[in-house]
Design a protein around this ligand. Structure first.
Ligand SMILES: NC(=O)N[C@@H](CC(=O)O)C(=O)O
Ligand SMILES: [Zn+2]
Ligand SMILES: [Zn+2]
Length: 429
């Protein structure tokens, strides 16, 4: 990774008229000021986007370094065009103290591929019994603003209420994994005709929707900020639309896999398609795409969930929930939202960079316009490229991508973090 300047020629910022950009000393500068020794990048045909920000990544460190480490996960992030990721708290030990979040934050800094903002657990050990030290994590060097028991739902209404009240003191947000536990005991896939036919225990949409309905009412009651993780059903989109229309301070994310893939893939009994929440129906996926287009769903988040071979290569019921997402997110969003005319590149920038940075309260550094004077966190993307997804080529330590063998549009050509190339010519630097 060099500290040189880059003169990016003929780049289309957010799909606009081609122009030149200079990245120098960590910021975007006027191209006319380029020093003679600047490295010239021919960006003809490429779109420049602000560095992507993921609000929902699992990096697995500490504790499951056989699945992913901060270093390997952030390498995958850089290849996917991300300059910042929020690392979920379901590690071993759980990120429920200032010590653990500071460790994850420091590991991100040391790896240097993208900024890592640790998410703090809402409850001690994700056990849903008592609140974790939210204030200590907020005040730590990691400056935690997003709190989540992701992987588990904060199902106790009183604890959820207290968490929402508590995070107001430091402008935090509770990111809920909306899953009513009693309605999803042993659940394996979306509940419907197909789960019956396949003999896999069903996971009803109402298990997600009941928690979202409760939580938007709680957020309104205490006047706090709520974020809903991985929204997967049409009913959830409707509830969030309703809550926003009432002025509730709620934001929501959809994951690429829920935009593109459907529950019919469970008929393969291949656990690569096993994920929490489950892949839903085509009608649900369509509602998510419509909600993302009209702003009901604020952002795309990857829920990158690496699992080692032995936890996935087994029978469906025994397999772990989760799939990789960082290296394919932008391509899936292009396919489902841009190539279908539902979003332009400015809309993608809003949903994959500006809005997640605002929700995570890091928009002083990330999710900024690609414009002179701004931090040089930039992605160069080739929307005309096509590639066949090869799990073996992933920078992740795990291989559980549901897109293996699929052809997807687009390719990240370069990623710059504060003016330093983390990816150039499609390769890690
Ligand atoms: N999404 C998943 O299927 N799995 C996630 C947990 C989660 O996001 O709920 C994981 O940590 O593996
Ligand atoms: Zn979750
Ligand atoms: Zn998750």
């Amino acid at each position: 990774m060099s500290e040189r300047s880059y003169l990016i020629k003929n780049v289309s910022v957010l799909g606009g008229t081609p122009t030149d950009l200079l990245l120098q000393d960590g910021v975007i500068a006027a191209a006319g000021d380029a020093p003679a020794d600047a490295e010239v990048v021919d960006a003809t045909g490429l779109v420049a986007l602000p560095g992507l920000v993921d609000l929902h990544t699992h990096l697995r460190e500490p504790g499951r370094e056989d699945a992913e480490t901060v270093e390997t996960g952030t390498r995958a992030a850089a290849l996917g065009g991300f300059t910042a990721v929020h690392a979920m708290a379901n590690t071993e030990p759980v990120a429920d103290t200032a010590g653990v979040v500071e460790q994850v934050f420091r590991l991100g800094r040391e790896a240097g591929y993208c900024d890592v903002f640790p998410v703090g657990a809402v409850t001690v050990g994700l056990r849903g019994e008592q609140l974790a030290e939210l204030g200590a994590m907020a005040d730590s060097a990691a400056r935690v603003r997003v709190f989540s028991d992701d992987g588990k739902c904060v199902s106790d209404a009183v604890l959820m209420r207290r968490a929402l009240e508590y995070v107001k003191a430091f402008d935090g947000v509770v990111a809920q994994h909306a899953q009513e536990p009693r309605l999803t005991e042993d659940a394996q896939m979306n509940e419907g005709d197909l789960s019956g036919r396949l003999g896999l225990a069903g996971w009803p949409a109402v298990a997600e929707e009941a928690i979202i309905a409760r939580d938007v009412l709680l957020a309104e009651h205490v006047g706090s900020r709520l974020h809903v993780c991985h929204v997967s059903t049409a009913g959830s989109v409707e509830l969030i639309r309703w809550a926003k229309s009432k002025g509730v301070d709620v934001t929501a994310e959809a994951c690429p896999h829920h935009l593109l893939l459907t529950d019919e893939l469970a008929a393969t009994y291949d656990p690569i398609y096993k994920v929490n929440p489950p892949l839903r129906t085509a009608a649900d996926a369509e509602a998510l795409r419509a909600g993302l287009a009209d702003g009901t769903i604020d952002i795309v988040a990857t829920d990158h969930a690496p699992h080692p071979h032995e936890d996935k290569d087994c029978e469906w019921a025994a397999a772990a929930f989760g799939m990789l997402g960082l290296e394919t997110a932008l391509s899936v969003v292009q396919q489902t939202m841009v190539d279908t005319g539902r979003l332009d590149w400015a809309g993608v920038a809003e949903r994959m960079s500006y809005a997640p940075a605002r929700i995570g309260r890091v928009s002083d550094r990330h999710g900024r316009p690609v414009a002179p004077g701004e931090p040089a966190n930039v992605v160069l993307y080739d929307p005309a490229a096509r590639r066949t997804i090869d799990p073996a080529a992933s920078a992740s330590l795990s291989r559980n991508t549901p897109y293996r063998g699929m052809e997807l549009p687009g390719r990240v050509v370069a990623t710059f973090l504060r003016g330093r190339a983390t990816v150039l010519d499609g390769k890690l630097q």
